[in-house]
Design a binder for this molecule. Structure first.
Ligand code: ADP
Length: 642
């Protein structure tokens, strides 16, 4: 049979990433072993999961393990597993390309970090380099693998310098072997063929791996008397002999099954890193054992940094692994945790769970629903009780995701609302809670004012807020697209209604009725001029310095929402806004005179359009006819300079 074979070039971004890993992680090189062991463990998980449905898949090879084989003479180390392996196509897909979503974002972050000189390992930790970390310690990496779905094995080989080769081979056993031809260690550096070095790395970083990590070691064992060889004096030549035996290096102990007081912080952190493939310590964690009528334990972590693929389309990726009596059942168990807490990582162990459970049934399961409910409650409490520094850091990383809960989890909406934080017209560098906002409210203020948009500075200077500022009323500045959905569902907080500063009437000062009447004619004229753009022209209670702004009626879409929908490619039915004009502004007084004197209609027409365009620009929009707009401003300019 024909065997496939080809040589390929690494994609540019892969080579870039490789160089980066090799250069910046050199001082952390021990962890390559953890990464390979974690991959091996994942591969066994996948096979085990499949074997639930296809028991024949395992064949005779049912004793799962991960084996480390150092070779001092050849200066190599091998990590092998009898997990799910990979087909030719899977190797092509997974190794040598970066299938991972978020790679672009990652490389961009690296570029930025270079400018700022932030710590690389931290960044890389957020991304998780996995298999590629082999190249930190190896000159050449060979991967041999066979999937149970394939008759043939695959060999992948590379020196990490631009190219890799891939070919079909014969491989009788299922699973993956990864062989690293090591760089020669420098003085004082770890020799990864040394048994003790390997043992201590496994103990430190991979102790919790749930399959045995084994290595053949030489042991002295006593020679049974009847096998002893005697010398002339009838004394045994030797009483012990060296034997090669397979030793398990990790304890495989389930950390969540232990008592809290017996687990050190460092152990909790190491377990997190194993679980999450994150290199950074978690921000915080929660370990809970429930005993009684319903029994289960959970160990949950909140990462300190957002992983790079969090916002990718891998919506299905959730961080909870489900166990039953310490036996792994499934990863990404989204039945146990709502979408808006998908950043939480950890394990849930439920001894009473029905083992033959499928995902569909899982959703209906009362125990599962019960656990989910409690888990949400505990996580929200955990977040609420973070100290200020940690909370700020949490909110910076995951606030955007958490907010989704306001509109997706009705039951906990109020609790989530308590966790919201916003910049305001008064808060400067700090975000405040809605509770704090209410404490700051003016004695006669009834509503919580907010405005949405895409930039803090544009919002802070928005003409819509002029009157509010004049009256020293604070306004929440919402700059996250998600906030549009938040304010649609969260209509009030502690009985105070949330109110958009750009929509409807503000319950602050009303416009003087006499003045209003005086402008009726002019406004009717302007409205007629702008018939196809605005639905109403009215005196504004919002403006102070500016002459014009656009507003919506109470239930209209905000300008930011319209912009977001348009950006997402949705065609919007043209919606007319309300043009609000500042009747205290000299421009309007002049226009009124011009209008009363009749004539000069050409000018008035132009000015009406100018007012409209100024309102559009002040909220970050573009005039419909930029050139015409510019010309008109130029004309006015030269007139003023006369
Ligand atoms: P990650 O593990 O973070 O997805 P890696 O670069 O370490 O990233 O691995 C890429 C992919 O290669 C894995 O998602 C997995 O599909 C596959 N892979 C890696 N190691 C193994 C292994 N030992 N057995 C089977 N598949 C593996």
């Amino acid at each position: 049979m024909e065997m496939r074979k080809e040589t390929c070039q690494f994609k540019t971004e892969v080579q870039q990433l490789l160089n980066l890993i090799i250069n910046s992680l050199y001082s952390n090189r021990d962890i390559f072993l953890r990464e390979l062991i974690s991959n091996a463990s994942d591969a066994i998980d996948k096979l085990r999961f499949r074997s639930e449905m296809e028991p024949d898949i395992l064949g005779a090879d049912t004793e799962f393990k991960i084996k480390i084989i150092p070779d001092k003479e050849k200066n190599t180390i091998e990590v092998s597993d009898n997990g799910v392996g990979m087909t030719y196509e899977e190797v092509m897909e997974n190794i040598g390309t970066i299938a991972k979503s978020g790679t672009g974002a990652f490389l961009e972050a690296i570029e930025n970090a270079k400018k700022k000189e932030t710590l690389m390992p931290e960044l890389i930790g957020q991304f998780g380099v996995g298999f590629y970390s082999s190249f930190i310690v190896a000159e050449k990496v060979t991967l041999l693998t066979r999937s149970p779905d394939s008759e043939k094995g695959v060999k992948w080989e590379s020196s990490g310098d631009g190219a890799y080769s891939i070919e079909e081979i014969e491989k009788s056993d299922r699973g993956t072997r990864i062989i690293l031809e090591l760089k020669t260690p420098e003085e004082g550096e770890n020799d990864f063929t040394d048994e003790w070095v390997i043992k201590s790395i496994v103990k430190k970083h991979s102790d919790y791996v749930r399959y045995p990590v084994v290595m053949d070691v030489d042991k002295e064992e006593p020679i049974p008397e009847n096998e002893q060889i005697m010398d002339q004096d009838n004394k045994p030549v030797a009483t012990t002999r060296k034997v090669r035996t397979e030793e398990t290096l990790n304890s495989m102990k389930a950390i969540w099954a232990r008592n809290k007081k017996d687990v050190t912080e460092e152990e909790y952190h190491e377990f997190y890193k194993h679980l999450s493939h994150d290199w950074n310590d978690p921000l915080t964690y929660l370990h809970m054992k429930l005993e009684g009528a319903v029994e289960y334990s959970m160990l949950l972590y909140i990462p300190s940094k957002m992983p790079f693929d969090m916002f990718s389309n891998e919506r299905d990726k959730h961080g909870i692994q489900l166990f039953c009596k310490r036996v792994f059942i499934m990863e990404n168990c989204k039945e146990l945790i709502p979408d808006y807490l998908r950043f939480v990582k950890g394990v849930v162990d439920a001894p009473d769970l029905n083992l033959n459970i499928s995902r569909e049934i899982l959703q209906q399961d009362r125990l599962v629903r019960n656990i989910k409910k409690n888990l949400v409650k505990k996580v929200l409490e955990l977040i609420k009780n973070l100290d200020e520094e940690k909370f700020t850091s949490f909110y910076q990383e995951f606030g955007r995701i958490l907010k989704e809960g306001v509109y997706s989890d009705w039951e906990n909406r109020d609790k989530i609302a308590e966790l919201l934080r916003y910049y305001t017209t008064k808060s400067q560098e700090k975000r405040i809670s809605l509770k704090q906002y209410i404490e700051n409210m003016k004695p006669d203020q009834k509503e919580i004012y907010y405005i949405t948009g895409d930039s803090l500075s544009a919002l802070a200077n928005s003409p819509h807020l002029e009157q509010l500022k004049e009256q020293d009323i604070e306004v929440l500045l919402m700059v996250d697209p998600v906030d549009e959905l938040v304010v649609q569902t969260l209509t009030e907080f502690e009985k105070k209604p949330l109110k958009s500063a750009e929509k409807g009437d503000l319950s602050i000062d009303k416009v003087d009725e006499n003045k209003k009447d005086a402008y009726t004619d002019l406004f009717a004229y302007i409205k007629a001029e702008l018939e196809d753009k605005v639905k109403e022209v009215k005196p504004s209670s919002r403006l102070k310095e500016s002459v014009a702004c656009l507003s919506g009626e109470e239930y209209d879409m905000s300008s930011y929402m319209t912009k977001l929908l348009e950006a997402s490619g949705q065609t919007m039915p043209p919606s007319k806004r309300v043009l609000e004009l500042n009747v205290d502004h000299p421009v309007l007084t002049k226009m009124k005179q011009l209008h009363e004197n009749g004539g000069q209609n050409e000018k008035l027409k132009g000015y009406s359009n100018l007012l409209y365009n100024m309102a559009v620009i002040s909220e970050g929009g573009k005039p419909e006819d930029p050139a015409g707009f510019s010309k008109m401003v130029g004309d006015l300019f030269s007139e003023a300079l006369k």
